[in-house]
Write a protein that binds this ligand. Structure first.
Ligand code: SAH
Ligand code: SF4
Length: 420
């Protein structure tokens, strides 16, 4: 989502202000840091990075801080780093060229509605198009700062999404990647008068676009994984058979304390339904360890669900108390050493599962969409089930689909040969 916000800012700055992207810090006229505030670490990194940029920037260059930390710290950023020229929140991206011309502007209104703003076009990759389908988040997970930085959830009108996908396809992209905090809650609320359709219907309409071959999305919320969604996912050949199901905890008690809205049993039931309808689906997840009140048994529930589901990828985090969240005030916090040891245990198990699953890819033939030219004449891309695959080859493969037989497995990369 942050990457797409950055693309939107670049698009506006190129079209309206004549800027171009550079990776040479010392020659830049404008330096923008697009921040995350989901956990504490990136926030503390911001100020050290700002100091470095301020030292290295050329005379007169401007610095802007954007994104979720901008939404949440606002004017405090300018107080702590007075050389910052503007602060622009995650919900105010469309105002980028406006703030550029104001002195010390701080635009962080989380009620600002950008759901119908027609951004100029800029895409980092010509092969894959990220498309926002909603802004904000209406859930109230007790650990999460996002609703406070990105505001209430508003769906982007279907016609805008379809138009963006059509435009991307006309420029050569064969894959769209839909983005939202709860994509399968699509249609919950539109800002103006718009046809009210749900996520399954949005997927059906998108898949009618000729020349669009692949649809991916993130994140679906386990609570909203109804049968209609799973059936559409399984039966629509354009939807890639890989899904991110952010679990957070394997303990129903902890899920309740997190206000996730589902139980361990519901999650397992959805996994089973998905796998029965789409046997090759790959499933990834997010897990938080040491949420306040997580007992040894609760933690064991997270480990046991990992063994049961055998996720294809796990993003694991130590709970990080965030300002303005409900859990910030929970007093039954877990000691730091217990939290660290749980994270290590969970990550070790994750590696064990991945190693076991990795072996099952050997000898398989995957249809790969090539997107990147790497060093030493390797070209890489993703299989339908989201495996990162590389083969020996040249840029002629970029933007092309090929059948690849997997000959070597690594933890995050599969290598293979083109067979068709
Ligand atoms: N909307 C998505 C998640 C967005 S945040 C969803 O509901 O799943 C991405 C991930 O960061 C979350 O899935 C969660 O695992 C993690 N995360 C969010 N807040 C956190 C916190 N306070 N401490 C640790 N991890 C957190
Ligand atoms: Fe945060 Fe929960 Fe919304 Fe995801 S669904 S962004 S975790 S509040």
């Amino acid at each position: 989502m942050n990457s797409r916000d950055s693309e939107h800012m670049i698009a506006e700055l190129r079209e309206k202000e004549g800027y171009e992207v550079t990776d040479d810090l010392s020659s830049a006229d404008l330096i923008i840091i697009n921040t995350c505030s989901v956990r504490e670490k990136p926030v503390s990194k911001l100020f050290s990075e700002l100091g470095v940029f301020n030292k290295k920037k050329k005379e007169g260059a401007k610095i802007g801080v954007c994104g979720c930390t901008a939404s949440h710290l606002g004017t405090e950023i300018i107080k702590r780093a007075p050389y910052v020229n503007f602060v622009l929140g995650a919900r105010n991206v469309s105002k980028i060229s406006e703030v550029l011309h104001k002195e010390r502007a701080v635009e962080i209104d989380i009620n600002y509605d950008e759901s119908e703003f027609a951004f100029n076009d800029f895409r980092t990759s010509p092969y894959k198009a990220y498309i926002n389908i909603s802004i904000g988040c209406d859930k109230s997970c007790t650990y999460c700062i996002v609703p406070k930085t990105r505001g209430e959830e508003i769906s982007i009108p279907t016609e805008l999404i379809l138009r963006e996908a059509q435009k991307a396809v006309e420029r050569g992209a064969k894959e769209v990647f839909l983005l939202g905090q709860n994509v399968n809650n699509y249609g919950r609320r539109f800002s103006g008068e718009h046809e009210d359709i749900n996520f399954s219907e949005l997927l059906r309409r998108l898949s009618k676009i000729d020349s669009l071959e692949r649809i991916r999305f993130t994140s679906p919320h386990p609570f909203h994984m109804d049968d209609e969604f799973i059936e559409e996912f399984a039966s629509n050949p354009k939807i890639c058979k890989s899904i991110h199901m952010p679990l957070q905890s394997g303990s129903t008690k902890v899920l309740k304390d997190m206000k996730r809205g589902y139980s361990r049993e519901w999650f397992l039931n959805r996994v089973q339904k998905l796998r029965s309808m789409s046997p090759d689906v790959s499933i990834s997840t997010d897990i938080i360890v040491a949420f306040p009140g997580e007992s040894d048994e609760d933690f064991e529930d997270s480990l046991s669900i990992m063994r049961e589901v055998e996720f294809d990828q796990i993003f694991s985090f130590k709970y990080s108390a965030r300002p303005e969240t409900e859990a910030e005030n929970f007093t039954n916090t877990i000691d730091e050493d217990v939290a660290s040891s749980r994270l290590t245990t969970l990550q070790n198990l994750s590696v064990e599962i991945l190693d076991k699953k990795g072996k099952t890819h050997l000898g398989k033939i995957y249809r790969v969409y090539f997107e990147e030219l790497n060093q030493n004449y390797y070209v890489s891309g993703r299989s339908d089930n989201n495996m990162f695959v590389k083969v020996k080859g040249s840029d002629e493969l970029l933007g092309e689909f090929r059948d690849v037989k997997i000959t070597e497995i690594g933890r995050s990369t599969l290598s293979g040969e083109i067979v068709g």
